[in-house]
Design a protein around this ligand. Structure first.
Ligand code: NAD
Length: 491
């Protein structure tokens, strides 16, 4: 890959990628993309129109004719090549990611790895796409199920995982024989350009993967388009709900992964130091901008004071700064407007009389242009407070105190979200109760972020997920394929 450090004088001018070519958007609207650590404008992204979507969809529809008939072994081989190219460019991709998203280089390296694992899973398409047969379902009659691609798929992705989330979608969709139109977040459009470029270097025919940059017009263009058969969406709850309802209304299959408010329950019998390590990573890693961030700790029993003191002590050790610097452990938020919103939540917490144990505002670097905020911790948070209810999506941790595991699970289950939950304990019985009663899709025991790997579904529930089949794993294969049954008798 060419140079991967961007600046005001070395800006990336993003284009759309349609039918195998980089093309300008039909309209002239462009948006600036700042590096969240410096405020410097490092890219310009087109805010495309529905006409751009039409061009991309018609190219994908045309390509579907031959791509869907290309042997699955050939499609899989392209994924092997893609895996190799991504691996070779691991470091460069992570450097781009840090510059456009702000997360630390270490987090970015981890995210790139997670993305590569999705491609590795997709490369297993010949096995994944197998149907099933049952001979002799009646006298002389055999029956079997065959899988086929669904057609043109639209993918809409968020800013917080610009590598991993697009790779949840297009490799698996494409290897199953579909063609794809990707609409990445307009706040982090740079990596998508490189992901698409490397995909084509791997030998993908033109029109199979198209990229249309922009915002809601592009999203609506995909949701309403007659020739788009399926929509994969990842983003915030209100938009996920809107996408789900609109796409379904237009007769499409849709999976929409949404926001979260994940609880970590710390039991009195847990290893406190290890629990604190996990909590710090899960609450403040990627500046709390993760759908699997643990933004609420429920401290059970008389360990609460000691736990809170240890969390504060560990948070004091975090180094706020540019994610490219080796010593940085807490990067900036994505935009100034997001930081303003988060500051509003900190004020809400104070007004509601939660105890501000650590005030990240002392690290607000007013004299620098990056969107920094230090780790912020509230104790004595209760379920009526806004800081408990809403997804803040920032390094702001709420601590709730509970007397028992029953009470802790009850609190966590009151959230309207149900993405993930973690328990820190040494009791098998507590784990069993947690697994049985905790209403969240992705559970963890003594692990900081229980995000499943690419071969398992990414399984939120309640307002964290709209749809039936989740992203990744066999769910992903089912989502990107349609089934045909063949019942046959030969005379
Ligand atoms: P977002 O909802 O603002 O944007 C997501 C996508 O939707 C973007 O491509 C954006 O352009 C588009 N969009 C935004 N507003 C729209 C509108 N009004 N109409 C049509 N399209 C619109 O989300 P974000 O801030 O980029 O990402 C963070 C959110 O994503 C958080 O809520 C996080 O929890 C969630 N997320 C969830 C998962 C999961 O697996 N459940 C994973 C990653 C992120």
């Amino acid at each position: 890959m060419e140079t991967t450090t961007f600046s005001k004088s070395n800006q990336v001018i993003i284009q759309n990628f349609i039918n195998g070519e980089w093309v300008s958007s039909e309209g002239n609207q462009m948006e600036e993309v700042p590096n969240p650590a410096t405020g410097e404008i490092i890219a310009r992204v087109p805010i495309s129109s529905k006409e751009d979507v039409d061009r991309a969809v018609s190219s994908a529809k045309e390509a579907f004719k031959s791509w869907s008939k290309t042997p699955v072994t050939k499609r899989a081989r392209i994924m092997f090549k893609y895996q190799q190219l991504l691996q070779e460019n691991h470091e460069e991709l992570a450097t781009i990611l840090t510059q456009e998203n702000g997360k630390t280089k270490k987090d970015a390296m981890g995210e790139v790895q997670r993305g590569i694992e999705c491609v590795e899973f997709a490369a297993g398409a010949p096995s994944l796409m197998m149907g099933e047969v049952l001979p002799d379902i009646a006298d002389g009659i055999d029956s079997g199920m065959y899988r086929y691609p669904v057609g043109v798929v639209g993918g809409i992705t968020p800013f917080n995982f610009p590598m991993m989330v697009p790779l949840w979608m297009f490799p698996l969709a494409i290897v199953c024989g579909n063609t794809f139109v990707l609409k990445p977040s307009e706040r982090t459009p740079i990596l998508a350009k490189y992901l698409v470029e490397l995909m084509h270097e791997s030998g993908l025919p033109k029109g199979v993967l198209n990229l249309v940059n922009g915002a809601h017009d592009v999203v609506n263009g995909l949701l309403e388009h007659d020739d788009v058969e399926a929509i994969s969406f990842v983003g915030s709850q209100p938009v996920a709900e809107y996408v789900y309802k609109t796409a379904a209304n237009y007769g499409k299959r849709v999976q929409a992964l949404a926001g979260a408010k994940n609880h970590s329950i710390v039991m009195p019998d847990s290893n406190l130091d290890k629990s604190v390590e996990g909590i710090i990573n899960a609450a403040f890693g990627s500046a709390g901008e993760r759908c699997m961030a643990c933004s609420v700790v429920v401290a059970v029993g008389d360990i609460a004071d000691e736990l809170v003191a240890k969390i504060k002590e560990a948070a004091d050790e975090l180094n706020v700064g540019n994610g490219l610097a080796e010593k940085t452990s807490l990067g900036p938020l994505i935009r100034e407007s997001h930081r303003e919103r988060v500051l509003g939540y900190i004020e809400d917490g104070e007004k509601d009389n939660a105890k501000l144990v650590r005030d990240g505002r002392v690290e607000l670097r007013e004299n620098e242009s990056g969107y920094f905020l230090g780790a912020t911790i509230f104790d004595y948070v209760t379920e009526d407070m806004k800081i408990w209810k809403d997804e803040i999506f920032a390094p702001v941790l709420s601590i709730v105190r509970a007397n028992s595991l029953d009470e802790a699970i009850q609190v966590a289950n009151k959230s309207e979200f149900a993405n993930g939950a973690v328990i820190y304990t040494s009791s098998g019985q507590a784990v069993r109760q947690f697994r049985e009663e905790m209403d969240a899709g992705m559970l963890g025991v003594n692990v900081n972020v229980p995000a499943p790997m690419a071969f398992f579904p990414f399984s939120g529930a309640k307002k964290s997920f709209y749809g039936d089949l989740h992203a990744n794993g066999k769910d992903g294969v089912n989502f990107y394929t349609k089934k045909k049954m063949l019942t046959q008798r030969w005379f």
